[in-house]
Design a protein around this ligand. Structure first.
Ligand code: MLT
Length: 268
């Protein structure tokens, strides 16, 4: 673990292992915890980097609105501060997946490979964007509990809710411990994110797309379509998983990740 000065931030970073760098970007309103199974499985064979993004977990620094561009720039600046000159593998879930796509567009030369988990390339429909702004105001007055109540019922597969209460409790605890200011700012930024769908066909990095079969937020059919638009992308559907596939079914997700990273010579 380290605290790294990045832009105006003291950024919290999990930095484990040696070898080719693989950076994991969490979803909203989460933090580095959501990737703990992947860190455990992979850090013996590559350098696992997991930041708490601006306004989440142990990284403060959110203003009124955190744009997706700002978050992507924070990641690029982090790579610079770490002195990483070689291309890195970027793996993101949901908001983190959107950031991974943005990084692929902003700095394709910095990417060795791309892994997109349970995410979308499209912006919000107007009604969804308006709801986000309402939620952003409410979280500032009522706290992260409001976000936990609205998101938790949509995050997990039926199997997880029934058989893995530890995973559900873990995510609830992370949300409840979150910063209202950070969550509100990112909701405002997510509400105005642009459509990255037209960019998908221009992605040159080897790409793996992973989706929980019961994902209610980034549905399977949409993710399959996203994968089809990226040249040569591989697609893996994970049974008994929802939006939090890496935490709900770590064995299956780690197997897919490991096979992909091995095929591209990224693991030692
Ligand atoms: C996430 O997991 O990052 C969120 O579900 C993204 C969103 O609110 O659309």
């Amino acid at each position: 673990m380290a605290i790294v000065p990045v832009a105006d931030l003291s950024l919290f970073l999990v930095d484990q292992g040696e070898g080719a760098p693989v950076i994991f970007l969490h979803g909203m309103p989460l933090d580095h915890h959501m990737w703990r199974h992947q860190a455990a499985a992979l850090s013996g064979r590559c350098r696992v980097l997991i930041p708490d993004l601006r306004g989440f977990g142990r990284t403060a620094g959110a203003s009124d609105k955190t744009t997706m561009d700002r978050l992507a720039d924070d990641v690029l600046e982090l790579l610079g501060v770490l002195g990483l000159t070689e291309p890195v593998t970027v793996c993101g879930l949901s908001m983190g997946g959107y950031l991974a796509l943005l990084l692929a567009r902003k700095a394709p030369e910095r990417l060795r490979a791309l892994v997109l988990c349970d995410c979308r390339s499209q912006p919000d429909a107007p009604e969804a964007a308006a709801n986000r702004l309402v939620l952003a105001d409410r979280v500032l007055t009522d706290g992260p509990r409001i976000v936990a109540e609205s998101m938790l019922p949509r995050l997990f597969a039926h199997h997880t809710n029934e058989c893995n209460p530890v995973a559900v409790d873990e995510i609830r605890d992370v949300i409840l411990a979150g910063s209202s200011r950070g969550i509100a700012a990112a909701q405002r930024g997510m509400a105005e994110r642009e459509d990255l769908t037209p960019f998908l066909s221009q992605i040159v990095a080897p790409t793996l797309v992973i989706c929980g079969e019961e994902d209610a937020i980034s549905p399977l059919a949409e993710m399959r379509s996203l994968a089809r638009q990226i040249p040569g992308a591989e697609f893996v559907a994970v049974p008994d998983a929802g939006h939090m596939a890496p935490l709900e079914q770590p064995t299956a997700v780690n197997a897919a990740l490991t096979a992909f990273l091995e095929r591209h010579g990224i693991l030692s």
